[in-house]
Design a protein around this ligand. Structure first.
Ligand code: SF4
Ligand code: SF3
Length: 574
C-alpha cells in the first residue's frame, strides 16, 4: 500500500507525501481519509437528488461537514475514527438512496461508483436499524465491511485516481476549499448558526468532482464560486462568534504564567472554550490559550473569568516542547495537532474533529448538553503549574468592529501620509525554515506601514517591538484564520470611505502565508472579493498544476515570494 497527499504546504519535496505524511499521518490514515471523502461524494449524489425532490436532512448535512473537517491537515490521526465514519457514511448513503428511490428519484444504472460501491442489500428496515446502532453504540455494530476492504478500496479512489493533472488540480483545489468552509460551518453550528445554501453548495461541488463531463473552465467557475461561499461561511461564523461573545476588543494578553496548575486549550472552537471556562471556575485551575485560541482573550464574554489568565507559547508546530513545559493537561479543540511525544501524551485530550490513537477523546455532550471536561479538570488538579517560557504581553482584538471604530483615525493617518501602506500578512505558520522570511519581512517593513494579520502566521512577528503610528499599533491582529473575514470587511469599508471603484486601488498589499486548507478558502474568498496580486508563500501549493497556476497568475496576479529585499521593493513600488 502507498499514499498520496498534497493538500498542505509541507507536502514532501513540494510535490506530495507518498510514504508517510510530513505531518505524521501514516498511509492507512491518509488512505482512509481519501475513502471518507469518496463516501461523502456518494452521499452528496443522493442528497442532491433528495433536495431536487423536495426533502433534505440536517443530519446528512452535518455528517458531510464533520467528515470534511476531520480530514483537514493536523486534525485527526485516529484510524479507527475514520473506519467508523466510513461505516456510518455508507449506512447514511444507502438509507438516503432508499428514500430517493421511494420518492420516485432515479437511483440506479449509470450512477457514479461513489454512490454504489459497497452497497448493502439490506432492506430499509435493516439499514435504519444499522444506522440506529451505529449512532447509539459507535462501531459495535456487526456489518459487512472489513478494514481490509476499506483499505483496498481506498487505494483506488484517492487524488491520483483523476488522471488529467489539470482536472485533478481543480478538483482538489475545490475540495480543499470545501474543507475550509466545513471547518467554519462546524464552529458556527456549535453556536447555533446554520446556512442551508452553503450545505447545498458543498454537496453540489462534491458531486461535481465525480463528473467526468465537466470541463476545466466549468471547474474553475466552481472554484471561484467556492470563494463566494467561503465569504458566506466566514460571515456566518463571525456573526455566530460576535452574537455569542460580543465584538473583540483591544486587549493586552499576558504571556507569562501564574502559580496555579493550568489547563491549556488550543485549536479554534470558542464553544469548547466557553464550556471549559465555566466548568473550571472556582476550581483553583488557571486557563491558558495556545496558538489559534489566543484570540479568545479578545471577546468581552470571556473577560469576566478571573482564571482565564493568559496565552502560553506560540504557533502549533512548537507544541512538542511547549506542551512538555506546560505541565498540565492540554485540550485540542481542532487542528493543528502534532503527533504527541510520550512526555505529555497522557496529558493530552482531543475533542470535536480532532483525534489521535491512544489519546483520550472528549465526546460531544448528549442532547445538546455541554461536553464533560471533568477528567481534564481532575488531572489538572494533580499537575504542577506551568514553567514560564517568556514574560510580557501581546496586544490584539483588531477585528472589524474595533478597526471601524478607529476609522477616522486610520483615514486621517492615511491622508496625512503617516500610514503609507498596509500589509495583509494573515494565514498560517509552519515548521519550514524558510518561514523566517515573515519575521524578517515584518522587521524590515518601513515604519510608516501597518501589518493586518489573522491566523497563526502572526506568531512570526507578534512579539517584535514594531511600535505604533499615532496610537495605532503597527501589527493589528484581527483574530483566528477565520477572522480573515474581518480584514476583508475593513478593506471594503476603506474602499467606501476613500470612494474608490476598485478594492485594488487601496494602499494594501497581500503577502499571505499558508499551510492548511482553511488558508485555501481564505484565498478563494479574497479572489471572490476581487482582490488581485496576492503573494502566497513560503511555497506555492503543490496541488496547483502548471496550467492552473498559470490561470491564477494571468487572471488574478497571484505570485509566490522570493527574498525579503526583492519582495519589499516589489510591494513598495507597486
Ligand atoms: Fe503531507 Fe500535508 Fe498531506 Fe500531511 S497533510 S500527508 S504533510 S501533504
Ligand atoms: Fe494555524 Fe493550523 Fe492555519 Fe488557523 S492552527 S491558521 S495552521
Amino acid at each position: 500500500m502507498s499514499m498520496f497527499c498534497y493538500q498542505c504546504q509541507e507536502a514532501s519535496k513540494g510535490t506530495g507525501c507518498t510514504v508517510k505524511g510530513i505531518c505524521g499521518k501514516d498511509e492507512s490514515v491518509a488512505n482512509l481519509q481519501d475513502l471518507l471523502i469518496y463516501v461523502l461524494k456518494g452521499i452528496s449524489i443522493y442528497s442532491m437528488k433528495a433536495k431536487e425532490l423536495g426533502f433534505s436532512d440536517n443530519n446528512v448535512d452535518k455528517f458531510i461537514v464533520e467528515g470534511l473537517f476531520a480530514t483537514i491537515t493536523n486534525a485527526n490521526f485516529d484510524k479507527s475514527s475514520f473506519e467508523d465514519n466510513i461505516k456510518k457514511g455508507l449506512a447514511i448513503r444507502d438509507e438516503l438512496r432508499n428514500k430517493v428511490t421511494k420518492a420516485g428519484g432515479k437511483t440506479n444504472s449509470d450512477l457514479h461508483d461513489a454512490a454504489i460501491w459497497g452497497s448493502s442489500n439490506l432492506s430499509t428496515e435493516g439499514i435504519l436499524q444499522k444506522i440506529f446502532s451505529l449512532f447509539s453504540g459507535g462501531n459495535k455494530v456487526e456489518n459487512n465491511y472489513t478494514i481490509e476492504q476499506f483499505l483496498q478500496k481506498s487505494t483506488t479512489v484517492g487524488v491520483l485516481a483523476t488522471e488529467n493533472e489539470d482536472i485533478r488540480s481543480l478538483r482538489e483545489l475545490l475540495i480543499y476549499g470545501l474543507k475550509g468552509i466545513a471547518a467554519y460551518l462546524k464552529h458556527a453550528d456549535n453556536l447555533g448558526k446554520q446556512d442551508a445554501n452553503i450545505h447545498d453548495f458543498i454537496q453540489r461541488a462534491l458531486v461535481a468532482t465525480t463528473e467526468d463531463t465537466l470541463s476545466a473552465d466549468e471547474l474553475v467557475a466552481l472554484v471561484l464560486e467556492c470563494g463566494k461561499y467561503g465569504v458566506d461561511a466566514m460571515s456566518l461564523l463571525d456573526n455566530a462568534n460576535t452574537s455569542s461573545y460580543g465584538n473583540p476588543e483591544i486587549t493586552k494578553v499576558n504571556i507569562g504564567v501564574k502559580s496555579n496548575p493550568g489547563i491549556l486549550i488550543s485549536g479554534h472552537d470558542l464553544k469548547d472554550m466557553e464550556e471549559l471556562l465555566i466548568q473550571t471556575e472556582d476550581t483553583g485551575i488557571d486557563i491558558y490559550t495556545h496558538s489559534e485560541m489566543l484570540p479568545a482573550h479578545y471577546y468581552p464574554a470571556f473577560k469576566k473569568y478571573k482564571h482565564f489568565v493568559g496565552n502560553y507559547g506560540n504557533a502549533w508546530w512548537k507544541q512538542d516542547s511547549e506542551f512538555k513545559s506546560f505541565n498540565g493537561p492540554i485540550l485540542m479543540t481542532t487542528n493543528c495537532l502534532v503527533p504527541p511525544k510520550s512526555e505529555y501524551k497522557d496529558r493530552l485530550y482531543t475533542t470535536g474533529a480532532t483525534g489521535f490513537n491512544g489519546v483520550k477523546h472528549i465526546p460531544d455532550g448528549e442532547e445538546g448538553k455541554p461536553k464533560d471536561f471533568s477528567a481534564i479538570i481532575e488531572q489538572a488538579k494533580k499537575c504542577k503549574s506551568p514553567v514560564e517560557i517568556e514574560k510580557g504581553e501581546i496586544v490584539g482584538g483588531f477585528a472589524h468592529a474595533t478597526v471601524l471604530s478607529l476609522a477616522d483615525k486610520v483615514v486621517e493617518a492615511v491622508k496625512s501620509g503617516a500610514i503609507k501602506q498596509f500589509f495583509v500578512m494573515a494565514g498560517c505558520d509552519g515548521r519550514m525554515k524558510g518561514r523566517d522570511y515573515y519575521t524578517d519581512f515584518a522587521e524590515k517593513l518601513p515604519k510608516d506601514t501597518v501589518i493586518l494579520t489573522a491566523g497563526c502566521a502572526k506568531y512570526r512577528y507578534n512579539k517584535l517591538k514594531l511600535g505604533e503610528i499615532g496610537g495605532i499599533p503597527r501589527v493589528l491582529d484581527a483574530g483566528q484564520c477565520n477572522d480573515s473575514y474581518s480584514l476583508a470587511v475593513i478593506a471594503l469599508k476603506l474602499k467606501e470611505v476613500f470612494e474608490l471603484n476598485d478594492i485594488n486601488e487601496l494602499p494594501i498589499s497581500y503577502n499571505i502565508a499558508w499551510y492548511e486548507q482553511k488558508a485555501v478558502i481564505v484565498l478563494l474568498a479574497l479572489l471572490h472579493l476581487g482582490v488581485k496580486n496576492i503573494h502566497l508563500g513560503p511555497t506555492l501549493p503543490a496541488f496547483l498544476s502548471p496550467n492552473i497556476a498559470k490561470i491564477l497568475v494571468e487572471n488574478f496576479g497571484i505570485g509566490g515570494i522570493t527574498d525579503v529585499e526583492n519582495d519589499m521593493k516589489m510591494f513598495l513600488e507597486a
